[in-house]
Design a protein around this ligand. Structure first.
Ligand SMILES: Cc1cc2nc3c(=O)[nH]c(=O)nc-3n(C[C@H](O)[C@H](O)[C@H](O)COP(=O)(O)O)c2cc1C
Length: 123
């Protein structure tokens, strides 16, 4: 499962490219299976509030984080949402993606997903 937040459509586009089961984060969403989190970056290198709320209830099932950002915000802040989530919850960063990203980003995410989330079912 992929849980995602998207404000202007870039993360939604990325998730739809992957063709994996997915759910858009809404307030109060509770998941009962391992998932990959895909989020955008807000403010000045911040985690979107909807994602912060979601993680309070679901972080224990989150196996990795993918962030989309814009490198115009500068190296320190580019996709910093992923760093904050990783540091706060000990969740591995899978990819940092410029806007909608490229084929190589989708490929890396697929590899991680197959190994960690699909593979995990049979462990
Ligand atoms: C108000 C605002 C603040 C943003 N802050 C950052 C930031 O600090 N770092 C970054 O890498 N991208 C930042 N971005 C860029 C978005 O994270 C990026 O465009 C992302 O692809 C948006 O995903 P979405 O279309 O799914 O909402 C910001 C965008 C907006 C509108």
């Amino acid at each position: 499962m992929i849980a995602y937040a998207s404000r202007t459509g870039n993360v939604r586009f990325i998730v739809h490219q992957l063709g994996l089961p997915n759910i858009e984060i809404q307030e109060g969403l509770i998941l009962d299976e391992p998932f990959l989190l895909c989020t955008y970056t807000d403010g000045i290198g911040e985690v979107p509030p909807i994602v912060e709320g979601f993680l309070k209830n679901n972080a224990h099932l989150c196996k990795g984080v993918v962030a989309s950002g814009n490198s115009n915000f500068g190296h320190s802040y580019f996709c910093r949402s992923a760093d904050v989530i990783s540091e706060t919850y000990g969740i591995p960063i899978v990819e940092k993606i410029e806007l909608r990203g490229f084929q190589k980003n989708y490929h890396a995410i697929m590899e991680f997903y197959k190994r960690t989330i699909q593979g995990g079912i049979f462990r």
